[in-house]
Design a protein around this ligand. Structure first.
Ligand code: ASP
Length: 596
């Protein structure tokens, strides 16, 4: 039979495919959607009809006239159809308790085929068996799956909850330009050539930083924006070149004003979306302390296993490696693994590789057993120092102590990684639990050896801690910033700072950063001028919205919470962007083609 595509005509959808229940039995309905699955049993043809709301079983039975029955027989997965029919109870024993519509079916009286489909490159229904590349290319098919679609729904609901909350707190959402000037956030800019002003370029914003500060000068008082930002970075791990931030700025505000708003926001969003009770206030830990205790500036606080300095106890031990490390100005730091005495030799070797892979020299271990220590170190340590070590670490029988000797920074870094690796092996972070922590007072500046100058750790508009300002001239690297990062489950999810609103201090920072007067004027002249027209004290923060959604839906990758994500090579798999443009277009922009 020749396939005739029907017109939708005057049919109106009465219901979606997820809402019919027993109460609807007897009603005449019109459903529209995609054929998810079909089963042809000769006399009976079953179709699971799907739309974004769910699945409804529709059945073509013998009362369905022959011609239409024949028409229905050509249906295949992913065809688009409309059916008119009566809601009927499923036969006893045929109910599907896993499906919200599983008590009913729709007995079709009329069918319209609205569109056919090419054979999809992968099956939409059922388990995912296609490569991610293919799924990204045919994103519109992948989005028909409930999992990915659900993520977009939750994303929408989170955005809505954020808007409502911030609106309630007196924040105004203001859009800032995309075609703008560079904002220094430490990445490369995406540049857009200007046709009208040949040879000049806009930069896509790495963040709305300067505009939101200017809005404070304008008296806006409380600004927010759920905003796209663009950073041309080499895409390590899970990053996206364009991503979304919840961006905020407040006037007459200090650190507490900002953290209070974000804490309230997190409490509200987690409770509305997940029904999860987040308690306030979030713990705060200074950057230096975080490194010392967790070996990381984004500590996962869902479990303890804190790093302890054991140098004092071991500095005069008979073990040369420890003695030398401490003698050379280094440290011996240790962690305790509760119940870790059962680790096998192989596991210890693997943990040792974690240490050496992250540039450490290796680890030393001790199993605390009822009869004493089982450890290559035993013979070097007196019973008294073993006792003191156990006490320092709170170790009991059955525990494992791991030591690393190195420069302090390296020992922290290595043990920090080891801590996470061990936690993963022991399944310590419980799924579905969230721990929030503020990491505060990061260094204001760090020395970049490649560039041979200081660079801002956060960005150049971050205020130094008042009491550290005298150090700016002599020891810039020792100056702490009035900055704060929000960390959830060991992931940095956002950060911000109190800003400099004093032009003199801002200029001093630019000088320390080695940015010359001309360059400052060219890049930030408008901003510095704005600061001279009555800038109020202000502070702000931005939170990675994609990352927040990923954490809340438990997605493994940011790609799973973005409708059309980019690949690791910053390409768009749906459109194949970026792509070459023709010479005429380049000429119009005053650009010459790449030399062959
Ligand atoms: N602009 C900063 C960022 O994008 C956040 C802030 O300081 O408000 O990381």
């Amino acid at each position: 039979m020749k396939l005739i595509i029907d017109k939708i005509g005057d049919w109106k959808r009465t219901n979606d495919c997820g809402s019919l229940r027993k109460d609807d039995i007897g009603r005449e309905v019109v459903l529209m959607g995609w054929v998810n699955r079909w089963r042809d049993l000769g006399k009976l043809l079953f179709v699971d009809l799907r739309d974004r709301a769910g699945l409804t079983q529709v059945v073509f039975d013998k009362e369905f006239d022959e011609v239409s029955r024949e028409k229905a027989a050509v249906l295949r997965s992913e065809w688009v159809i409309a059916v008119k029919g009566e809601v009927a109870p499923r036969l006893a024993g045929q109910e599907n308790p896993d499906l919200p519509t599983g008590d009913i079916e729709v007995k079709v009286s009329e069918l319209k085929i609205l569109n056919e489909t090419k054979v999809p490159p992968f099956q939409v229904d059922g388990k995912i068996d296609a490569s991610e590349d293919l799924r990204l290319k045919y994103r519109y098919l992948d989005l028909r799956r409930p999992g990915l679609f659900h993520n977009l729904v939750v994303r929408h609901r989170i955005a809505l909850a954020i808007r409502n909350y911030l609106n309630g707190e007196g924040f105004l959402e203001v859009e800032t330009p995309f075609l703008t000037k560079s904002t220094p956030e430490g990445a490369r800019d995406y540049l857009v050539p200007s046709r009208v002003n040949k040879g000049s370029f806009y930069a896509l914003p790495q963040s709305p930083q300067l505009f939101k500060q200017v809005l404070m000068v304008a008296g806006l008082d409380r600004y927010f924006q759920i905003v796209r930002c663009f950073r041309d970075e080499d895409l390590r791990a899970d990053r996206q070149p364009e991503f979304t931030q919840v961006d905020l700025e407040l006037s007459f505000a200090d650190e507490d004003a900002v953290t209070d708003v974000f804490e309230g926001l997190m409490v509200d969003v987690f409770s509305k979306i997940l029904g999860y009770p987040v308690s306030m206030p979030f713990p705060r830990i200074e950057y230096e302390k975080a490194l010392e205790l967790y070996g990381s500036d984004k500590p996962d606080m869902r479990f303890g296993m804190e790093l302890r300095d054991t140098s004092e106890i071991l500095k005069s031990s008979a073990f040369k490696v420890f003695r030398d490390a401490i003698g050379e100005g280094g440290v011996v730091k240790a962690i305790k693994v509760t119940g870790g005495a059962s680790f096998s030799r192989r596991e210890l070797d693997e943990l040792n590789s974690t240490v050496t892979d992250s540039g450490g020299k290796g680890l030393f271990w001790a199993k605390v057993k009822p009869g004493g220590w089982q450890s290559p170190l035993s013979k070097f340590l007196t019973p008294d120092s073993r006792g003191r070590l156990e006490e320092r670490l709170g170790a009991k029988d059955g525990d494992l102590i791991i030591f690393v000797a190195d420069r302090a920074q390296k020992a922290n870094e290595v043990l920090g990684r080891l801590r996470m690796e061990i936690a993963k092996r022991l399944h310590l972070p419980k799924d579905g639990t969230y721990s929030f922590v503020w990491v505060t007072r990061f260094p204001l500046l760090e020395y970049d050896r490649n560039e041979g100058r200081y660079v801002a750790v956060h960005h150049p508009f971050t205020a130094p801690l008042e009491e550290d300002i005298p150090l700016l001239a002599e020891r810039p690297e020792a100056v702490r910033a009035r900055s704060y990062d929000l960390v959830i489950n060991g992931e940095e999810i956002g950060g911000g700072s109190v800003r400099i609103h004093d032009i003199g201090l801002q200029n001093q920072i630019f000088r320390i950063l080695g940015i010359g007067e001309e360059e400052v004027k060219e890049k930030f002249g408008f901003f510095l001028e704005a600061l001279t027209y009555g800038a109020p004290p202000h502070a702000g923060m931005a939170l990675g919205f994609d990352r927040l959604v990923a954490i809340m839906v438990g997605a493994e990758s940011l790609r799973d919470v973005i409708a059309f994500p980019k690949t690791q090579r910053a390409t768009c798999p749906v459109t194949d962007a970026p792509s070459p443009v023709d010479k005429a277009q380049l000429a119009e922009l005053g650009l010459s083609p790449l030399c062959p």
